[in-house]
Design a protein around this ligand. Structure first.
Ligand code: OGA
Ligand code: MN
Length: 308
C-alpha cells in the first residue's frame, strides 16, 4: 500500500495510469459485473434508469462494489450544489482557525463566492478540506458522540437509501457523513474507517475531477489495488472490504465533464425545483464550475449504530 501510495502521489515523476483499474474499460481480469434487478422502482431523484447502471465488484477485493456514475448530468449538478453550498452551511468544518472569520466558517460558499480579494479567495477555497453531517466525527478522539450531532440531510439520506436498496443492503440508515474537498495535488493517506459501532456498508460518492483510489487489505503493508474514480462514481465498502485500508494518492483532471453534458430534466421530477433552477441557469452555475475546475468532492456516508 505505502509503495503504491508514493508512486501515484509522486510530483517529480508523473506516474503511469496503465495499471489503474477502470471498470468501464476492458478490465475483465480484475472485475466482475454485478447484476441487479432492473425492474425495481426507484424515485426520480436525478439517477439514470436502472437498466443503464453499470455495477462491478472487484475480483481481488471481496465486498468492494463500484457503481459507475449512475447520475444524470443534471442529477450530478444537483448533488454537487447541495454538497458545496447547502451542506457546508452551519456544519462543523476544518476552517476553525483564527485566520478565518466566523462568517467564513459558518457559510463557506457565500464567503468564497463573494470574496473579492483574489488571494483570500484562493485561501478560503484551498483551506476547506472537510465538513461533517449527522453524527459529527471527532477527529482527535476518533469517535462519534451522542451530544454532537445534527439532523442528517434528507436528500442525501434518500439518495444513499436508493443505492442500498438496489444492491439489496436493506434498511441502511445514513447517520454520519464526511464531505471531503480535494484539489489537484491533495491526497488522503492510508486509513481505515473503524469508528462506527455498526459495520454496515460505507457509501462513498465522488464528483468533479478524477482520482486514483487505492484499496488495500486489513494490514497497512498489504498490497493495494489502484482504481480510477470519475465524477458520479459510487464506491461501496461492504463485507470483508469494509474495514480495509484505503487511500487517495492522486487527483487529476478528468477527461470528460459528465456533469455538464445536458440540462435534461428526465428522472428529476422529485428534486427541488428551485435548487434545480440554480443548476440549469448558466449564470448561477458558473461559480460551481469555477470551483470544480481543479477540485474533487467526495461524500462518505456511514451508518453509525447497530439497529435495535
Ligand atoms: C474517507 C475516504 C475516499 C475518497 O472519507 O474516509 O476514504 O474517495 N474517502 O475520497
Ligand atoms: Mn475512508
Amino acid at each position: 500500500m505505502m509503495k503504491k501510495f508514493k508512486y501515484y502521489k509522486s510530483k517529480d515523476k508523473l506516474p503511469s495510469l496503465d495499471d489503474v483499474i477502470d471498470c468501464s474499460e476492458n478490465n475483465k481480469h480484475a472485475v466482475d459485473k454485478f447484476t441487479i434487478d432492473i425492474n425495481k422502482e426507484i424515485p426520480n431523484i436525478g439517477l439514470k434508469d436502472l437498466s443503464d447502471w453499470n455495477i462491478y465488484s472487484l475480483k481481488d477485493c471481496p465486498g468492494l462494489i463500484i457503481i459507475k456514475n449512475p447520475f444524470t448530468s443534471l442529477g450530478q449538478r444537483y448533488y454537487i450544489k447541495k454538497l458545496l453550498k447547502d451542506y457546508t452551511k452551519n456544519h462543523p468544518n476544518n476552517l476553525l482557525e483564527s485566520r478565518f472569520k466566523e462568517n467564513v466558517i459558518k457559510d463557506f460558499w457565500t464567503s468564497w463566492t463573494e470574496e473579492v480579494d483574489q488571494q483570500q479567495k484562493n485561501l478560503i477555497k484551498k483551506s476547506m478540506r472537510w465538513t461533517t453531517l449527522g453524527y459529527h466525527y471527532d477527529w482527535t478522539n476518533k469517535v462519534y458522540n451522542e451530544e454532537n450531532k445534527d439532523e442528517f440531510p434528507e436528500e442525501l439520506s434518500r439518495l444513499v437509501s436508493v443505492f442500498a436498496e438496489v444492491l439489496n443492503f436493506n434498511n441502511f440508515i445514513s447517520e454520519a457523513a464526511i464531505i471531503n474537498f480535494y484539489h489537484i495535488g491533495s491526497t488522503l493517506s492510508a486509513h481505515t474507517d473503524h469508528s462506527e459501532i455498526c459495520h454496515a456498508p460505507l457509501f462513498s460518492i465522488s464528483f468533479g475531477q478524477s482520482a486514483v483510489f487505492l484499496m488495500g487489505g486489513s494490514f497497512k503493508d498489504a498490497d493495494a489495488v489502484p482504481i480510477l474514480l470519475n465524477s458520479g462514481d459510487v464506491v461501496i465498502m461492504s463485507g470483508r472490504s469494509r474495514l480495509n485500508y484505503h487511500a487517495v494518492p492522486r487527483i487529476f483532471e478528468s477527461e470528460s465533464q459528465t456533469w455538464n453534458e445536458n440540462d435534461d430534466t428526465k428522472n428529476c421530477s422529485v428534486l427541488n425545483p428551485d435548487d434545480l433552477k440554480e443548476c440549469i441557469s448558466k449564470e448561477s452555475w458558473k461559480q460551481f464550475e469555477k470551483y470544480l475546475m481543479d477540485s474533487r468532492i467526495n461524500v462518505n456516508v456511514r451508518q453509525y449504530k447497530n439497529k435495535i
